[in-house]
Each structure stands twice: as C-alpha cells, then as structure tokens.
Design a protein around this ligand. Structure first.
Ligand SMILES: CC(C)(COP(=O)(O)OP(=O)(O)OC[C@H]1O[C@@H](n2cnc3c(N)ncnc32)[C@H](O)[C@@H]1OP(=O)(O)O)[C@@H](O)C(=O)NCCC(=O)NCCS
Length: 125
C-alpha cells in the first residue's frame, strides 16, 4: 500500500448515515475526514486547532451501509500557524464472500492552531 499516513479512524457506516439514494451521505464522510485530519495535526502539536479550509475533496466511489470506513492521514505542509493534511478514505466490504477494499475519497484539509480565544497562534514545534 502507498504511504497514506497513519490509520486515524475506523468506523462502520450505519443506515442512519444514508442519503435519499441509500448510499452513505457525503457530509458523514466529510465529518470522518475532519476527525481524521484533527487527529493528524496532533502528530506535531497537541494544542487546539480550527479547520480553516477543505482545499480539495474528491468522492471517487460510493460508500455503502455496513462498509467499514477507514481514514488514513498524513501531514503534507507545515506553515507558521497552519498544518495541511492529506486524508485518504477506504471502505472495506464483503463481495461474493471476498473482502474488498475500495479507495472511496481523497481530501486535503488545512487546520490553523488557535488559542483559547479562537485566535490563530504560532505552532508549538
Ligand atoms: C482559523 C482562523 C482563526 C484563522 O484566522 P486568520 O487570522 O483569518 O488567519 P490567516 O488568514 O492569517 O491564515 C492563518 C493560516 O492559515 C492559512 N490559510 C488560511 N486560509 C487558507 C486556505 N483557504 N487554504 C490553506 N491555508 C489557509 C494561511 O496561509 C496561514 O498559514 P501560515 O500562518 O501557516 O502561513 C479564522 O479564519 C477562523 O476562526 N475561522 C473559523 C474556523 C472554524 O470555525 N472552523 C470550523 C470548526 S473547527
């Protein structure tokens, strides 16, 4: 497997997370991505962060009910107050008695280090 970074989240997609077509709702996947990104920045700085931008997001394949959805994340850029992360999402499911793993979503998300008042602060690195 390519270097997608560390495993950040792993959760089963449930019926309550579906859209009107019965696939898993994109907003739910985005929420998993944001959680994974917020855990990724902790590799460098354990303080508070705010999500400032989703710089890119590509839904490559649909996620289905019962899939095990796994997010991998790594840091791709470090600034003065910001950290950019790359998050790759995979869905594992059983098809005809075989376990398959599908690359479903890619995202780049940027976080800004913030203080207790929510103002940006220098990274603690
Ligand atoms: C995050 C926040 C504090 C940043 O404050 P700001 O004074 O506007 O910050 P700046 O414009 O100076 O940008 C700060 C850093 O973010 C980077 N940044 C800002 N917008 C960006 C974007 N669209 N893409 C990538 N990086 C971006 C800047 O390049 C800068 O990086 P650096 O200091 O490492 O060089 C402010 O925008 C905010 O409070 N946003 C709302 C956050 C929020 O509610 N998020 C959702 C829930 S967590």
């Amino acid at each position: 497997m390519r270097n997608y970074g560390k495993l950040r989240t792993r959760v089963v997609a449930m019926p309550k997370d579906t859209n009107s077509k019965g696939n898993i709702f994109g907003g739910w996947i985005m929420s998993q991505i944001d959680i994974a990104g917020s855990l990724t920045v902790r590799d460098l700085d354990s303080g508070n962060f705010a999500t400032v931008a989703v710089n890119s997001l590509e839904f490559k394949k649909a996620v289905k009910i019962g899939d095990t959805v796994t997010c991998y994340g790594k840091i791709i850029k470090v600034g003065k107050t910001s950290i950019q992360t790359q998050i790759e999402v995979f869905a594992e499911r059983v098809v005809e008695h075989e376990e398959v793993c599908v690359h479903v979503t890619s995202a780049i998300v940027t976080y800004v280090a913030v203080d207790n008042e929510g103002s940006k602060r220098a990274l603690k690195i």
